[in-house]
Design a protein around this ligand. Structure first.
Ligand SMILES: Cc1cc2nc3c(=O)[nH]c(=O)nc-3n(C[C@H](O)[C@H](O)[C@H](O)COP(=O)(O)OP(=O)(O)OC[C@H]3O[C@@H](n4cnc5c(N)ncnc54)[C@H](O)[C@@H]3O)c2cc1C
Length: 302
C-alpha cells in the first residue's frame, strides 16, 4: 500500500514520522520473506495518537513491526502499511537494579549492556534476535527463563482506549509465549528489575547458552526461530523429528535438518511455500499424534 496524497505526506512530516516508500519486508524480516509496502518510522512516542488517527481517517490499515524475527509476511504488494518505532539514543538507561529500556532497543545489545553493568538474569535471551518490544509482546524466553519475570513496569499505547498507559508487572500476565496485552497494543518502553551478578559470572552463563544454540540451531540461516509453540509437556521439534520430517521441503522452504522446529528459507522461498510447509507438517503431526500444533511465528496474510 502506498501513501501518495500530498496532504497526508505533509501531515506525516509534521508528526515527525519518517516515510520509507516501497519497503521490502523480505529485507526487514529474518526469514527473508515478504512483499512490499510503505514503512512509517515513528521517531517520537507522542506522534502515535496523531498517526493512528490519520491512518484510520484515511482507511489505511497498519501492522506493527519490531525487529521482524518472528514474522512470516505474505508476498506481493501488501494491503497495509507497516509502522515501526525508531530507537532513541540512548535506548537503555540504568538506575541501580532497574533498566529503563525503549521498546525499539535491540534485545541482545540490551542483555549485553546490562551484563557489563553487573545486571544478570537474562542470559538465556542472548541469541534471541529482535527488539525488546517484540520480546515483551510474546514473552520471549529460552533455557528456562522468560523476559516477563523481570518486568517491573511497561509503558504502552492501548489500541482499545487510544491512551498511553503504564502497567505494573503484576498487572500483566506473562505465560509461555503469551501475554495479556491486547492484540493491537504497542509496547513503548519497559522497566526491567534485574538481579546483581558479577559480569564474569553472567558471561559464563551467556557462553553456555551460546554454545547450546550453536550446537542445536541452524544459525546464520534465514529462519524465524521456532515455527510452532511446544504443546503442554511435549516438544514440537521432537515430534517433527520423530516423523522423519527434517529436510522436508516445498519450493525453497525447508524443515531444518539441525532443529526440526526451525523452518528455513533456503534462498527464494515465498510465503506460499512456507505456509504450505507449515500446513503439511501440522497435518502430519495431527494425524500421527492427535496434537494440533499452534504457530509461534506470527503470520501476516495479505
Ligand atoms: C534464530 C532465531 C532464534 C530465536 N530464538 C528464540 C528463542 O529462543 N526464544 C524466543 O522466545 N523467541 C526466539 N526467536 C523468535 C524471535 O526472535 C522473538 O519472538 C522476538 O522476541 C521477536 O521480536 P521482534 O522485535 O523481532 O518482533 P517482530 O518479529 O517484529 O514481531 C512479532 C510480533 O510482535 C509484535 N510486536 C513487535 N514489537 C512490538 C511492540 N513494540 N509492541 C507491540 N507489538 C510488537 C508484532 O506486531 C508481531 O505481532 C528466535 C528467532 C530467530 C530468528
Amino acid at each position: 500500500m502506498r501513501i501518495s496524497d500530498p496532504k497526508l505526506l505533509e501531515r506525516l512530516a509534521e508528526l515527525s514520522v519518517e516515510l520509507r516508500p516501497g519497503a521490502k519486508l523480505s529485507e526487514l524480516t529474518s526469514l527473508g520473506i515478504g512483499g512490499t509496502t510503505d514503512l512509517l518510522r515513528i521517531t517520537k512516542h507522542e506522534s502515535i495518537p496523531g498517526l493512528l488517527k490519520l491512518l484510520d481517517a484515511n482507511d489505511i490499515p497498519h501492522k506493527f513491526l519490531g525487529g521482524g524475527s518472528n514474522l512470516l509476511v505474505d508476498d506481493g504488494e501488501l494491503p497495509w502499511v507497516v509502522v515501526q518505532l525508531a530507537s532513541p539514543k540512548p535506548d537503555v538507561v540504568l538506575e541501580g537494579n532497574l533498566a529503563h529500556v525503549d521498546a525499539a532497543a535491540d534485545l541482545g545489545r540490551t542483555v549485553t549492556f546490562c551484563a557489563k553493568h553487573d545486571l544478570g538474569g537474562m542470559e538465556g535471551l542472548i541469541g534471541v534476535p529482535g527488539t525488546v518490544g517484540g520480546a515483551l509482546r510474546m514473552n520471549a524466553g529460552a533455557y528456562g527463563m522468560q523476559i516477563g519475570t523481570y518486568v517491573r513496569e511497561v509503558k504502552l499505547y492501548r489500541a482499545a482506549t487510544r491512551e498511553f498507559e503504564t502497567l505494573r508487572g503484576h498487572q500483566i500476565s506473562f505465560e509461555y509465549r503469551h501475554t495479556s496485552f491486547g492484540p493491537d497494543d504497542m509496547m513503548l518502553a519497559v522497566i526491567l528489575e534485574l538481579p546483581s551478578k558479577p559480569y564474569n559470572e553472567i558471561l559464563k552463563g551467556i557462553r553456555i547458552c551460546n554454545e547450546k544454540r550453536r550446537t542445536s540451531q541452524p544459525l546464520g540461516q534465514k529462519s524465524a526461530g521456532c515455527i510452532f509453540k511446544n504443546p503442554p509437556g511435549a516438544s514440537a521439534g521432537r515430534m517433527i523429528d520423530e516423523l522423519g520430517l527434517k529436510g522436508l521441503s516445498i519450493g525453497d522452504a525447508q524443515v531444518s535438518d539441525r532443529h526440526a522446529n526451525f523452518f528455513l528459507n533456503r534462498g527464494r522461498a515465498s510465503a506460499k511455500d512456507m505456509l504450505a510447509l507449515i500446513s503439511d507438517v501440522r497435518e502430519r503431526i495431527q494425524k500421527s499424534y492427535g496434537v494440533a500444533l499452534v504457530n509461534e511465528v506470527v503470520v501476516w496474510n495479505a
